[in-house]
Design a protein around this ligand. Structure first.
Ligand code: FES
Ligand SMILES: [Fe+2]
Length: 424
């Protein structure tokens, strides 16, 4: 059982909180580059780690992510005009560049006040069609070297959407393998499941499960009988909230949960194929909303915490009961009656409440990976030194250069399996 104090530690991400410090020690995906397609176009409101921000692309194509309010009298910069040199406040015309430096105060032509005026701005970079942001102090580490990050454009795709719960509920769903054969068991997803898993998953419903600590997280491993051999599936989980999930036929999947604030989250999906373009059949399934991302519309939303942001908003949401189909639910296979895999995940994760009251849970043996993820984050944030140690570990990004595994081998031995797939 998780204590009230530890639950709060896991879930609080604002400035000065331990989990917030962990997130602020690395580059985070902030938005898709396509959300700011034009130089000097429309700005975008975003919120990260409890901080209200506005993003814009200046005349040289550089993305600025700055505090949402003007330094002068706190007018919303989102309503301002993006100009070649930066964003201009609509109220009295103060102009800021992408570093937050004030460049012009129309009422103070001498320039002295302006030179000393700066708003909060975070370092940004673009890679793999994603705008990354570093919200920490000093020089950032290298970008995490995920296996998808340098692939050609047609071998990877990224998407992002809103989840109306704390970030850690998403993380727990990702590592919780025991829900897969229940929540995601449906006729419509049967074909999807056979593209992600080999047939042995369905022939052997009682896999042997292992977790194995790594420097930056843990491996979640399932071993099943495969005729006379063994079917191994290995999922990577990496602090603070990244995953890489294997696939038998289709592109590999990976996800991340970036806190908007303590009660809302940007869920990211990264799908990639190491040696060929993403197949059209997979794209079709993605567009259909059956997998990740869910069916969603890009637009503006006022969060329950009062902030307004622009992102992809799922069509199946709590206020329409995720469009649950009770007739389907009554049929043998259609357990949930909710359509897409993420819709199903989100329906239960959001339904726990904005911040799940974990002290009230009754955990069982099958929750091993959930408990492991909690332990890993709590260990990483238990002291300023442990956070500094994490920061040293990710300095060159190479700890993220790992792959999930889906393979059939002769061995049933965990250590031999790890050696054969190059992990030890
Ligand atoms: S409030 Fe922005 S210039 Fe006055
Ligand atoms: Fe799930």
């Amino acid at each position: 059982m998780l204590s009230k104090e530890n639950n709060l530690l896991l879930c609080s991400v604002g400035p000065g909180t331990p989990a917030g410090q962990l997130f602020r020690s690395m580059w985070l995906p902030a938005m898709l580059s396509s959300q700011l397609p034009d130089r000097v176009g429309t700005p975008v409101r975003l919120k990260l780690l409890g901080e209200e921000l506005v993003a814009f692309r200046d005349g040289e194509g550089k993305v600025g992510i700055v505090q949402s309010q003007c330094a002068h009298r706190l007018a919303p910069l989102f309503l301002g005009r993006v100009e070649p040199q930066g964003i201009r406040c609509p109220y009295h015309g103060w102009l800021y560049d992408s570093t937050g430096q004030c460049l012009e105060i129309p009422s103070e032509p001498s320039g002295t006040v302006c030179r000393n005026m700066k708003i909060k701005a975070y370092q940004t970079t673009e890679k793999a069609d994603i705008v990354w942001v570093y919200m920490g102090e000093g020089a950032p580490p290298a970008l995490p070297q995920f296996p998808w990050i340098d692939l050609p454009k047609d071998q990877r795709m990224a998407s992002v959407w809103l989840q109306e719960s704390n970030w850690f509920q998403g993380v727990e769903g990702e590592v919780d393998s025991s829900h897969v054969s229940i929540l995601h068991k449906s006729k419509s997803q049967k074909d999807v499941a056979t593209m992600v898993h080999q047939k042995y998953t369905f022939l052997d419903p009682t896999p042997k499960l292992f977790t194995h600590d790594t420097p930056v997280g843990f491996l979640s491993i399932a071993r099943r009988r495969a005729d006379e051999r063994f079917y191994w599936r290995l999922t990577q989980w990496m602090l603070p909230m990244f995953s890489l999930v294997p696939s038998a036929v289709w592109p590999i999947g990976g996800r991340a949960w970036i806190p908007i604030d303590d009660e809302n989250t940007y869920t990211w999906d990264f799908s990639y194929s190491l040696d060929q373009p993403i197949p059209p059949a997979f794209l079709h399934t993605v567009l259909d909303g059956m997998l990740f991302p869910p069916a969603a519309d890009y637009g503006r939303i006022r969060l329950n915490t009062g902030s307004v942001i622009e992102t992809w908003i799922p069509r199946r949401r709590a206020d329409n009961d995720y469009l649950i189909d009770r007739r389907q639910q009554a049929e043998d296979w259609e357990v949930t009656g909710i359509y897409g895999i993420n819709d199903q995940d989100r329906s239960v994760q959001e339904g726990m409440g904005r911040i799940s009251d974990r002290p009230r849970e009754r955990l069982v043996a099958a929750d091993l990976t959930v408990v492991t993820a909690r332990r890993k984050v709590l260990e990483a944030i238990k002291s300023p030194e442990s956070i500094a140690q994490f920061r040293r570990l990710i300095e060159d990004g190479s700890v993220y250069a790992c792959n999930p595994v889906d393979t059939v081998l002769d061995t049933d031995d965990l250590q031999v399996f790890l050696q054969q797939v190059g992990i030890q």
